[in-house]
Design a protein around this ligand. Sequence first.
Ligand code: ADP
Length: 512
Amino acid sequence: MNILLATSEAVPFAKTGGLADVSGALPIELARLGHQVAVIMPAYRQTQFCGQKIERLGLDFIVPIGSKMVSGHLSRSIMPGSKVPVYLVHQDQYFDRDQLYGSDGKDYIDNCERFVFFSLAVLEAIRLLDLPVDVLHANDWQTGLVPAYLKIVHAGNPRYQKIASVFGVHNMAYQGQFWHWDMLLTGLDWKYFNWHQMEFHGKLNLLKTGLVFADSIVTVSPRYAQEIQASPLGCGLEGVLQYRREVLSGILNGIDETDWNPAKDRHLPAKFDATTVSLGKAACKAALQKELGLPQVAGAPLVSAVGRLDDQKGFDLIAEVIQRWVQTSDVQWVILGTGQPKYHKLFEGLAQRFPDKIAARLEFSNPLAHRIEAGSDIFLMPSRFEPCGLNQMYSLKYGTLPIVRETGGLADTIVGYGSPLAKSAPANGFSFQECSPLALSETLRRACDLFRLNSEQWKKLVDTGMRQDWSWGRSAKKYVDLYLKALTRAGMTKPDNPVHEGAMKVTPPLAV
Ligand code: ADP
């Protein structure tokens, strides 16, 4: 199959979040399975420092953005350690900026224009590069227009009409909503600006556009695919997702095991696997306590959290539990993260008041994130919602038991000890349902009791998690199945079976 992944970010070229991890890892795995895969993304200022060679192609193009014509050009690189080509779309006025989507906490005011341009450039690049494409996998609001352009503008064009579009949603909370006049930038007829298609409460909504026009929709865990069909996690688009439920599925992200593997991790003071975890983790824990200025007590549970300091991640619950526990228990706490200023202040204050119990590192540090995963006993993820989540899978791999709220990808990866699910699958952590400090506190109490009183059972949970397969290889096979279904749905047979080629049937978008 020929697959083109259109994304606004991909490791190592540019990253703000999980989308970059998916876009960096999935194409390589698909290529390993024998498919022809290419990636296309904008060339940002940070892209030039990615460490990969970038070659100019001398391919210039010009596209209409509203009433003006905007030019760009293409360059080419490859995904590290693979032959997967990465096509970079250059337009310096749009992409040569400090950040990807905004600065000083504010979105760039021309974000709609920037990604209208990028979406048009994706389709131009297919023509200019003469790229064979069976499946065009677009991602998030930044490329929500790509399925619409395929269905509306290129429906009768032989070069594009056989392409099936898949739209990946990584977080429903980010929708790319713009004032209605930005519809003019898209070049699409106003008739599509209606509540069944591109309009949402009077605004242009690019995420909705992708959801409406794609042949298939995929999100990053099966549970999240269910949850977003209802309020509140559908973020207002639950009706569209219910309407399109037949084409909506969820595939868990994988973890990059070349980077996240405690047996080979260059950031760790001691390496370990499932057979040497006891000794290895003890060494990592002692070193982490030392690094963070915490007393080196082996028997005190070391409880950590790493991530964006955001309400989504439940850091308010964590702060509340720490305050309840800190004076009455010997538990040690580690927080690594950046985000909302209120959490910076809160955790900084707590760490200052209780330096023997709490270490707060309010920064972004990948090496420290690795050492925290390896040195902790328990990892907290009490998220309000979590499309997939990666840290709980890293924790499992590093022999650290996660405590999660049963939502999204957390519910799909963690079987809570003592939960009803644990009757049919081996437990690998702890979980709770209610989004409250009390529920988190009670679950933590159970975990700490098990840690202290039943080391055999604890080791069993650790061993189960460490031996599970969370690799991208597993998820990539599911993506292949999804792409094949999308092709069939778009009115075609598999590309290796030419019998029905040309029998393209354009699925009409929702009726106006
Ligand atoms: P999301 O994409 O919603 O932020 P995920 O759990 O899917 O959450 O992925 C976040 C990734 O970013 C993880 O790899 C996590 O370890 C990493 N990360 C987040 N904050 C930090 C930080 N302050 N330092 C190091 N790594 C971080």
